[in-house]
Write a protein that binds this ligand. Structure first.
Ligand SMILES: [Zn+2]
Length: 42
């Protein structure tokens, strides 16, 4: 069985797929875009 937490730990630093900037681990739950691109008000 694959442990999802271990899977994310082994990933390299994530990048936003929209603007390409580095994302912090806290952005995991947002998918592949950073706070800037994911912001609902933008
Ligand atoms: Zn972005």
């Amino acid at each position: 069985m694959i442990n999802v937490i271990e899977f994310f730990k082994n990933l390299p630093k994530k990048q936003c797929q929209q603007c390409g900037q580095d994302m912090d681990e806290k952005a995991d739950c947002y998918g592949n875009v950073c706070d800037e691109c994911d912001h609902p008000a933008r």
